[in-house]
Design a protein around this ligand. Structure first.
Ligand code: HEC
Ligand code: HEC
Length: 150
């Protein structure tokens, strides 16, 4: 009887742990990856704690080519403490085969952070205002213009 109860506790604990693992999955995009989807959508509507998407993204979004017809591969997005890429680099993420970029690495947004983006041609663009959330597609493509770089 005691053994049965114990094994039930172990099974319950294991199930709980496996749920946690999905939420806590580490996912980071790079230039060669093609595991993403939902280009242009706000990834965090699903990839958040308790959300249906795997992993909790701290930065995610989509960057397009200059004509905004397709995703830009290999664009580098940097979060920094100073404006226009200055100060400490807090995080770096690279867009994948669809122009989507994402990471589950922790980012401290409490003081606000600056964003810079550099394309393979070497062109850089900087967001003037600080951001306090990495949900880029919550604004870009909705209230603001889609991100683009080449
Ligand atoms: C409507 C909900 C939803 C949205 C929006 C969404 N995802 Fe997902 N995502 C999921 C679900 C559910 C899965 C797991 C099943 C699957 O692979 O389809 C997933 C899986 C993934 C995976 C694969 C994870 C793995 O383990 O291989 C990546 C990468 C990913 N999403 C990236 C993104 C990016 C980037 C965005 C935004 C551009 C995004 N998702 C938007 C629901 C969503
Ligand atoms: C709260 C809404 C919001 C969020 C979230 C947001 N942005 Fe922005 N972004 C804007 C607005 C508005 C502008 C134009 C004004 C400015 O530069 O501050 C802008 C401008 C930019 C620019 C400059 C574009 C240009 O053509 O010069 C870049 C690059 C940029 N954002 C990248 C990002 C990235 C990457 C993320 C996610 C890590 C992000 N933004 C999150 C609203 C947002």
């Amino acid at each position: 009887m005691k053994a049965l109860k114990l094994s039930m506790v172990i099974i319950a604990a294991t199930m709980l742990a496996s749920c946690e693992v999905e939420d806590n999955e580490t996912l980071v995009s790079d230039e060669t990856s093609s595991a993403s989807h939902n280009t242009g959508k706000n990834c965090m509507t699903c990839h958040q704690k308790g959300g249906e998407g795997e992993g909790q993204f701290t930065i995610a979004g989509t960057v397009y080519n200059a004509a905004v017809t397709e995703g830009t591969v290999g664009a580098v997005i940097k979060l920094t403490t100073g404006a226009r890429g200055a100060g400490t680099v807090l995080a770096t993420v690279v867009s994948d085969q669809f122009g989507n970029f994402y990471t589950t690495k922790s980012v401290d947004y409490s003081s606000g952070v600056y964003v810079s983006m550099t394309g393979k041609s070497g062109t850089s663009k900087h967001m003037f205002a600080k951001i306090t959330t990495g949900e880029c597609n919550a604004c870009h493509g909705v209230s603001g213009s889609k991100l683009s770089i080449e």
